[in-house]
Design a protein around this ligand. Sequence first.
Ligand code: PMP
Length: 357
Amino acid sequence: MKKHNFSAGPSILPTEVFEKAAAAVLNLNNTGLSILEISHRSKEFVAIMEEARALVLELLNLENKGYQVLFLQGGASLEFLRVPQNLMQVGGKAAFLDTGVWANGAMKVAQDFGETVIVASSKPKNYNYIPTDYTIPTDADYFHCTSNNTIYGTQMKTFPSTKAPVVCDMSSDIFSRSMDYSKFDLIYAGAQKNMGPAGTTLIIVKEAILGKNNRTIPNILNYQQHIAKESMYNTPPVFAIYTSLLTLQWLKSKGGIAGIEKLNETKANLLYTEIDRNPYFEGVANKADRSLMNVTFTLANPEHKETFDQLWQSANISGLNGHRSVGGYRASIYNAMPIESVEVLVATMQEFEKRII
Ligand code: PMP
């Protein structure tokens, strides 16, 4: 029986995406070839890549605004390196909002390229909130932030306006909410949460910010090279890109981002309302900064852990354990998570309350 999968990533994808991806492993669109064996230079795959790139821009409302879309490899972690390599001047500096392990990781890699400035950090409170009130140095080569902090369940609701290009790691909330994406100059996201299987990273970059730093950039790390080669500088991860396309098509059929955003709000409300009502649970993240994608909570009394764990496991729920640096529980409720699964979790929390009383 299919589990209610609350895993933080790799994570749930829509059932129809699983089905279509499985069918394409045997026979891609009646080509008589598997998606796993098809040449990335074939007209079928080139069409898949083109449609995926176009859909990304369409869904984010970024068409004809000077953006390029890349599907590369190396996960979001490689973008921690590629971003400073492409954007930081020799002797330059970059500014970072430190909202967690991933934001901090991006900053640490950038330290090898120049000066890094932390404009604000929520580390003293174990990253349970998003700092506001900070100033970005006017001479920064770029400002880097993480829109959704997967581990702590916090999400940025507003973004600063600054002269410096804004770079955002959207790995765990890309395509989940409406906003003006043209505020960002470079967005990157590992596919494995809201878009597809692990194996490809989506990069959306405003072409005009590239080619301006005075460094020699190895081709494999150079965004301009990847743009020139249309994400085929080396063999692209064909299966991950095809499955991502299926998810993007599914998202469009659901009314695009505006459609899914409503559902995401409903799902998150359902769960946060229960966390706040049920005396046996406590939310982890500061209320104003709560993520609509990763809902973190703990037991009011840790001694009840065994009882709750048994309950959710027998309710066919999977992937609910919190990240080791936060503990407790984390329900990841990405775009593809059906509301019915969230209802099962809420019912399990209510059942737990009855058992404890
Ligand atoms: N950024 C964020 C916000 C993440 O959640 C993760 C992974 N969970 C990463 C970066 C690292 O991604 P990857 O494993 O694709 O390198």
